[in-house]
Write a protein that binds this ligand. Structure first.
Ligand SMILES: [Zn+2]
Ligand SMILES: [Zn+2]
Ligand SMILES: [Zn+2]
Length: 264
């Protein structure tokens, strides 16, 4: 089974360039230094031969990301956690309701679904809206780390990760693992990172951060996991693409927005 992963956004929570910053990276003309908030899309063919597209998170730039990649339909969204940079594009899912004429299935941990009910109350409690507004129709399904989901004939395994003290999830699909917003990997998750063709991993910046891996820490994880290829994501404005990329070990790369990768 071939999986196509598109890195829709590869930037940290502020995005790069940041508002009000004129540093060398925020003013760079290298398109790889422009980083939307982090999100991804996995595409594959289901057992009946139909093309399927699953989003990982809905960043505040979801609209631009979907237009840029000419995405006409989606078949579900999985969520890593409920930070604003990963969920604030949720409202724009309503366009897919209209285009596809059906509800959208979303998958997240129970406490993330609970937070959606507060943050997006007008969507999840629409009978309380003053006007009959056009809101997204989403069906929320709870997920649990270590318990695989079957999404259109393909197994998705939620992986427990720690984002500072906050438990979040990454996902393994086939030989691909996507682990953003992580500062440490608990013992139960390491076995699920064996035998990877492709690992996408959080690597915020060079300096220590309480809730994200640094570039050196991410390289240590990659050295331990030994995927065939690894890509660093959720990158801050401290990192200039052209400066870091040549210094990375073989088979380790800095991700950039719009990058499409294939794996089996
Ligand atoms: Zn984030
Ligand atoms: Zn800057
Ligand atoms: Zn986060």
């Amino acid at each position: 089974m071939t999986l196509t992963l598109t890195l829709l956004g590869t930037g940290t929570s502020t995005g790069v360039p940041m508002i009000g910053c004129e540093c060398a990276v925020c003013t760079s003309t290298d398109p790889r230094d422009r980083r939307d908030r982090t999100a991804a899309m996995v595409e594959y063919t289901d057992p009946a031969g139909a093309p399927r597209r699953v989003l990982i998170d809905t960043s505040p730039e979801l609209r631009q990301q979907m237009i840029r990649h000419r995405v006409m339909a989606i078949d579900g969204v999985v969520y890593t956690h409920n930070h604003a940079d990963h969920i604030f594009g949720l409202d724009d899912l309503r366009r897919f309701n209209t285009v596809q004429q059906q509800p959208i299935d979303i998958y997240a941990e129970p406490r993330v679904i609970e937070s959606f009910r507060h943050t997006f109350r007008y969507i999840f409690d629409p009978q309380k809206n003053v006007n009959d507004s056009f809101v997204a129709t989403l069906i929320a399904h709870p997920i649990e780390p270590g318990r695989p989901l079957n999404l259109h004939g393909v197994e998705w395994l939620p992986l427990r990760l720690l984002h500072g003290k906050l438990p979040v999830v990454g996902f393994r699909v086939g030989k691909l693992a996507y682990c953003t917003d992580v500062s440490s990997i608990p013992p139960e998750t390491w076995p699920h990172l064996e035998g990877l063709d492709l690992l996408v991993l959080d690597a915020l910046r060079y300096r220590h951060h309480p809730t994200h891996l640094t570039i050196d820490q991410a390289l240590q994880v990659i050295d331990q996991v030994q995927p065939k290829r690894a890509y660093l994501t959720h990158v801050a404005h401290d990192v200039k693409h052209a400066d870091l990329e040549p210094k990375l070990p073989e088979h380790v790369y800095l991700a950039y927005d719009g990058l499409t990768l294939q794996t089996s």
